[in-house]
Design a protein around this ligand. Structure first.
Ligand code: ZN
Length: 465
């Protein structure tokens, strides 16, 4: 099953019928398990998730096709093919005329309600499967993260509120350079910023291979990085965003990405190799549940940690050999993207939490998300939420990146305290991270205190604010 899903995302041929048959078998196994066992708890929760996923399979495939077909326009093309949902980000990153970006944004938003019924159906299937076991997808999520509803909502709200002002001021600073206009507006989404802001940095990374650099770094740190397989071929149907897939953990872990631009490739390669070391560090003798069933925020912890090397001044200077000005530019821009991320994901996370709690329809969710964007950054038409690649595609997930980012902040602090400022050169620090990674499903989510204040201080540190 994981092989088929992998092929689908990697743009390789996959067999829909086989996927359906396998997911039916999976459902049977999971139902049997739930009938006979109540432990390990994570295995029970995962079984419910698997049953829900199997029952959603058909509707999710339908949603994917409908989104590509309906969220499209003949007016523009990207590399010779008509512009659609899949190439939208590419379009935003290469289109200098902001009026055209606005036109497409408005058009796609006006088409979004046409796929909303499918998103609603997808969510309803999850809701009803979890209800059979007396819970909701939100309950399961909170249990994995060991947080209460109020704790998680307050956490996200504090970060979103705390980042807002700095984000808006920095956005004004960057708007002329990055967006080609004076002000940031509703159609300048997080991905438009992300796709454009790092482009001037490309010149410093011409001819530098992110793959080589990440392997060097991880090997010095004590990881068997060559064990992580890499697919960087360009295929038409390959997912536009990079990913890492554990086909058989820890022995078959694959990183997949498409080359986009030199600096953003560094970001994705470092991120995905973080998933990679998390995967290969698993103990092959551990039971299946411990190796495979991991809370969402833990799944993003090691990727975020590895990617955070690009926020380390000394690493950029000594290992990547960059000059002072380039480093200052990178740090400012990465902090800015963190601020953008916090405001955007505060809205996304809070909306998804309330979605399950208040049983929203797609339209109610749109209204609520719009309110939240107004609170945390600037008001965006609410139906954008069904065009996102996380919010409509997962039961939860959105808060996981935020939890992981703040947790990594605590881990880095500890690494610096224990192994010195250049902890990333210390084998002992590498061992520490490796052992932490090996805990997999037994990672102690309570061990790292999540401190929004400290994290905010760090990301609000921009040289021009
Ligand atoms: Zn990730």
């Amino acid at each position: 099953m994981s092989e088929q899903r992998y092929n689908q995302k990697a743009g390789l041929p996959f067999d829909r019928e086989l996927m359906k048959r396998l997911s039916e078998q999976m459902t049977e196994v999971c139902r049997e398990f739930l009938k006979n066992f109540s432990e390990p708890r994570s295995m029970c929760l995962e079984s419910i998730a698997n049953i829900a996923a199997a029952r959603r399979l058909e509707i999710e495939l339908e949603l994917e096709d409908a989104r590509m077909a309906k969220i499209s326009t003949d007016k523009y093309d990207v590399s010779g093919r008509k512009l659609n949902w899949g190439s939208w980000r590419q379009f935003n990153s290469m289109t200098e005329d902001f009026n055209k970006r606005k036109e497409v944004f408005d058009l796609f938003i006006s088409k979004a309600p046409s796929i909303a019924p499918l998103v609603e159906k997808r969510m309803n299937v999850s809701q009803s499967v979890y209800a059979e076991y007396g819970m909701s997808p939100l309950d399961s999520y909170l249990e994995f993260e060991q947080m209460t509803f109020d704790e998680l909502r307050d956490f996200l709200t504090r970060l979103g509120d705390g980042a807002k002002e700095s984000f808006l001021r920095a956005a004004e600073h960057y708007a002329p350079e990055v967006l080609g206009k004076k002000k940031v507006e509703y159609f300048d989404d997080y991905y438009t910023w992300g796709g454009r802001i790092f482009r001037p940095l490309s010149k410093h990374f011409e001819g530098v291979s992110p793959l080589e650099k990440v392997r060097d770094f991880l090997t010095t740190w004590g990881f068997d990085a060559v064990k992580i397989k890499v697919d960087n071929e360009d295929r038409e149907k390959k997912s536009p965003s990079a990913f890492c897939f554990g086909i058989q953990i820890p022995n078959d872990v694959r990183v997949v990405y498409r080359k986009v631009s030199p600096f953003s490739d560094f970001g994705s390669v470092f991120h995905e190799f973080g998933h990679g070391i998390h995967g290969i560090s698993a103990n092959p003798n551990d039971p299946v549940w411990k190796r495979y069933i991991i809370s969402r925020s833990v799944a993003e912890t090691f990727s975020t940690l590895n990617e955070s090397m690009l926020d380390s001044e000394e690493y950029l200077k000594e290992d990547l050999g960059l000059q002072k000005e380039a480093i200052a530019d990178i740090l400012d821009k990465r902090h800015f993207m963190d601020l953008a991320f916090l405001t955007f994901y505060a809205a996304n996370g809070v909306m998804k939490m309330e979605f399950w709690k208040n049983h929203y329809s797609a339209e109610q969710a749109a209204n609520r998300w719009q309110e939240l964007t107004k609170r945390f950054f600037l008001e965006v038409p609410g139906y954008y939420w069904v065009l996102h690649h996380i919010m409509p595609n997962y039961d939860m997930y959105s808060p996981s990146y935020v939890i992981a980012a703040v947790r990594v902040n605590a881990i880095r602090k500890r690494l610096a305290e224990e192994f010195g400022e250049k902890w990333w050169r210390s084998r002992k620090a590498g061992m520490f991270v490796k052992e932490l990674a090996a805990t997999r499903g037994e990672f102690d989510v309570k061990a790292w205190q999540l401190d929004p204040t400290h994290f905010l201080e760090e990301v609000k540190d921009l040289s021009f604010l």
